[in-house]
Ligand binder design. Structure first.
Ligand code: DSN
Length: 422
């Protein structure tokens, strides 16, 4: 940061403050993680500025020799990591990846069946507020009211009635495994495509900790910065027969030049995600989330779906008389970072919400084990049960500070090293 410090003190100070915040708070946002600094270096590298419209060997700009080497390497590594027929590493984000898939094989106005945002889905799966819903006709499936899990019979019935051209699976706040094979069968019955958006769980899939949607899906999209521990950016995997349509839908269909700095970070991310150390982190993510779920239940909290199979738990705060927003604010005052989240059939509006979503990815990257995860839930409970009592909140904050000191995000003696656990 030595040049930034000289050219722009104001931005430099804000960046430094953010680094301090990351080191000194416990990140439980299920969509976040800590990336190895090698990935951030790649993302801030010389590739930031290169114009390289097109694909390796077929660019619309000169000087793309290294760009081609880089993209070919990212593609090779990504295909191997996920056992993919074809992979496109150019999407700028998960939403742009999803948009490209829709436009690759559908016509505007076509029918798509996807999970409702308020039951755990994602904006780009056709929520009314998203541009995706202006382009295609979405109908949503939800969770079974009793189990709060996907009801595949109900999805099959909806599919038979609605006859979508595509089914979208995947979620941003669903704590259970998804039966991709079952969904593929349901889609096949009406000749619909199956798109699985595995953004949240891509790291768990890469490590083989939970089942992969790749073998049974037509398309799989994901981002690299959540459980996968990479930088920001999106990726599309598809069956070989859709290669041309997908590539054309990304460029020139919906993007111009790729962000090659992101492509560099994706290449490093795929490389690290193939290591034993990465797999160990991902196993810890699932173990830590399960430990947190158990501890929440022991402390009297209600969990949506009753538990977790992946990296997150969704906590219903109604029995505690708190909204998600209140909880988010109290916890942030102690250095614990979560996000408020609607629960299925939430009586509160989304900006208040009745729940919090708690993810175990970032604490696992820091090296925390299940006993630490349980301790964090104890601190959450102490803060939420004593929201107005400053002395208790101060005590929780001091405990949080101890945990952060004991588990530095980046190795203390050499800031260019990987996060402590990789
Ligand atoms: N998809 C959003 C989330 O799950 O919070 C962030 O990328």
């Amino acid at each position: 940061m030595k040049h930034l410090r000289i050219h722009d003190q104001e931005v430099f100070r804000i960046v430094e403050a953010e680094k301090e915040r990351i080191e000194n708070t416990i990140d439980l946002i299920a969509a976040e993680n800590h990336a190895p600094l090698s990935i951030l270096e790649a993302q801030g590298s010389a590739f930031n500025l290169k114009a390289a419209e097109g694909y390796p060997g077929r660019r619309f700009h000169a000087g793309c020799g290294q760009a081609d080497d880089l993209e070919n390497l990212a593609v090779k590594r990504g295909k191997k990591l996920f056992g993919a027929d074809h992979i496109n590493v150019q999407p700028h984000s998960g939403t742009s990846a999803n948009l490209a898939v829709y436009f690759a094989v559908l016509e505007p106005g076509d029918r798509i069946l996807s999970m409702r945002l308020s039951h755990g889905g994602h904006l780009s799966h056709g929520d009314a507020a998203s541009i995706t819903s202006k382009c295609f006709r979405f109908v949503h499936y939800g969770l079974d009211p009793d189990t709060e899990q996907l009801d595949y019979d109900a999805i099959a019935k909806q599919t038979a009635d609605f006859k979508p051209r595509m089914i979208v699976a995947g979620a941003s706040a669903y704590a259970r495994l998804i039966d991709y094979r079952r969904l593929a069968g349901i889609a096949r019955n009406v000749s619909a495509y199956l798109l699985v958006d595995m953004a949240h769980i891509a790291g768990l899939v890469a490590a083989g900790v939970i089942p992969s949607p790749v073998p049974v899906s037509d398309f799989v999209t994901f981002t690299t910065y959540k459980t996968l521990m990479g930088g920001r950016g999106g990726v599309i995997i598809c069956k070989e027969k859709y290669r041309r349509q997908i590539d054309r839908a990304v460029f020139p269909g919906s993007q111009g030049t790729p962000a090659l700095n992101q492509v560099a970070a994706k290449a490093v991310c795929f490389h690290l995600a193939a290591t034993r150390e990465f797999a160990a982190v991902q196993k810890r993510v699932v173990a830590n989330a399960a430990a947190m779920a158990e501890e929440f239940k022991q402390q009297g909290y209600r969990l949506v779906s009753g538990g977790t199979d992946n990296h997150l738990v969704l906590v219903d705060l109604r029995p505690k008389g708190l909204t998600g927003r209140d909880a988010e604010e109290v916890l942030e005052s102690t250095g614990i970072i979560v996000n408020r989240n609607v629960i299925p059939n939430d009586p509160q509006p989304p900006d208040r919400a009745s729940g919090i979503r708690v993810g175990a990815a970032a604490i696992s990257a820091r090296g925390l084990e299940t006993s630490d995860a349980r301790r964090i839930v104890g601190l959450i409970d102490a803060a939420l049960s004593n929201a107005g009592r400053q002395e208790v909140l101060k005590h929780v904050a001091s405990e949080v500070a101890v945990i952060c000191r004991n588990f530095p995000v980046y190795s203390q003696d050499d800031k260019m090293m990987l996060p402590s656990s990789l």
